[in-house]
Design a binder for this molecule. Sequence first.
Ligand SMILES: [Zn+2]
Length: 732
Amino acid sequence: MDSTRSTSRPARRHRRQPRTSSARTLAQLLVAVFVLVQLTCSSTTAYPTRRAATPSTTSHLYAPARKSFGPALTHATYRHALPRRPGTANNVATGALEYLTPVSGAPAGEIAAAFVAATVGVPVDEVVVMASHRSEHTGVSHVYLRQVKGGVEVANADANVNIDRLGRVISYGEAFFRGSVPTAPSLVAVAETAAPLQLHQAGNGAQHASSPTAVDSATSAVKIDPVAGYHALLRHLGMHDAVAQTSAAAFRLDPAMSTTTSTKHKLFRGTIARPAHAESDVVVGMTYLQTSSTSAKLVYEYEVELRDNWYHAHVCAATGAVESLVDWVADAASYEVYPIGVNDPDDGDRVRVKRPELVRASPDGWHSDRTTIGNNVIAQENLSGKADALLKEGELSAAYRPRSGHKLHFHYDIDFAKNPKSYLDASITQLFYMNNMLHDLFYAYGFTENAGNFQADNFGRGGVAGDPVVAFAQDGSGYNNANFATPPDGKNGKMRMYVWNTVVPNRDGDLENGIVIHEFGHGVSNRLTGGPHNSGCLAWGESGGMGEGWGDVWATIFRHRSADRARRDYGPWHMGKYANGGTTGIRKYPYSADMDVNPSTYSFLNHQGYWGVHAKGEVWASILLEVYWNLINDLGWTGDWKSAAVDKGNTLFNQLVVDGLTMQPCRPTFLDARSAILQAEAVLTGGRHACAVWRGFAKRGLGVDAQRIAGKNPWDDDTRIDGFSVPDECRS
Ligand SMILES: [Zn+2]
């Protein structure tokens, strides 16, 4: 950011951080032990290998949440009858569709169960309807089935069947189990194995009867008791201190729980009385779990509600290996924020944004827990303005963050009559949201793991992991500014947002999206230019100026709304106007296509007052925005930034900018950056929009006849000559 009137700390610094800890080493050992144990339980169990694929130097800043995983069922299928060849004249013209079953008047559940039983070849009495509903707008019934063996469910043997209004199956998916399961133990057998739990004393005597053979088989499938299985789960979660908080005596069998649809297909249900580390009783059951189409085992099933996670886990009853883990918390994040398209509190209202993540960019969502810690961004307050020490592991985890309930709802009030500290939760939420949005948005344009983006876990997709953006809201180390530090890939980007004291009550830069966008933009342009390992390519001179300019460009275009297209002057757009008190921005000129409002041209760089990077950046942004406006004039505009569509002006522009960053050399000049964007256009759209790009550059002096005459000093003694011409083929 940097306003013209204030100075602050250097924008970029490299800092070496401690990369090992004894706790980490212990955790790795335990993980290794569990992998070995698991191999004895099943050689086909899918284990989350992608975490192991990232370098061991990742995620030192916080304890990473254990991610959801489970057996990979390669036999899972999804089949649908329509349309077999989408878009062919045959289907379109006749509407003739092939159905998987004929018309039927039977209830949907019966149709579905019979269909799946016949298709997969399992007995009808092994198929149970877990849920069913009919969509009013399509008339399609959606039936959800689970397979049971001897009345006990195979927890991950699911099927879904879709049936049209005439009772015809139109599609289905299934991953039913094809093999034979271990014989289920009686509760007596479980009790004998699990002594001293004495499960049989807790009731449910009907299940005592069991053949000796069954008991023998069962005792091989059940070797640990429910509490020992829970301890194994706690160790998997890294909660070693919690193990001692749960003793065997805490387990209670609960016969009454075997009555509802969702619980009756368990071998048993029970609870572990609420341990100190949990929010409620731990729910325990026993089911089968398939690890492949023909291999299954008996598992303990746990529902564990913790402060930051709510786990549903299956643990091998023979070995204690964790076979699957689902965190229910990650499901429904919602943020009350100024969304992309609303720049600040003067520009529009906050809205509740639900599930905004782009799944391929953030496959595990934005949160690692119920606070503003996640794979892309770790956001917190820094009122005290601590600098070096704060990045140490312990102190960062102790920093204040808003904490949501189970549903990851981050909805906080703002009273603008008060100073920013009073709405810290809303500020951190805004900062977390915006950084994550930008992570996902730029991911769609190619700022991916390989390109050096900011992530704790790179999911084995390349690049160096271990570097989410650490974003400080209301950072007390300065006023009226913001900054972003971009070390090479693998080291955390660091964003500091300041409070602005130019008016009373003070204003919070965190609430002006344009400032956050500008700062995040430094991370994007620095990592993309000259390679992710080289963060020194936009440090000074024209390249440093463009580093500021790209940030202003993104801040300006991401606030664009559909109605703005009708404004022929495209502006004026101010940088930092809200934070700075609401009357004037912090650049010399606001951004506008009107030369009377913003007269900037290439040769302005020769002038006194244009030696600093922010002034140079204004010129670059003013030039580049002309390209943007030309492209939306030609191709229109879409509000769906994450589409990265090449047939819309704004998204094509952003793609060309990102591709240009990737292609331009380290320490580029304005002319280099212009050439890279033109080359990007040629590669992507074959020159179709080259003249629109050229006309944009030429309008502000960066046409084909622009010249740069190098002076004796590389940073500020050059002479630029405006060139307003376009190539011959663009003259019309
Ligand atoms: Zn800046």
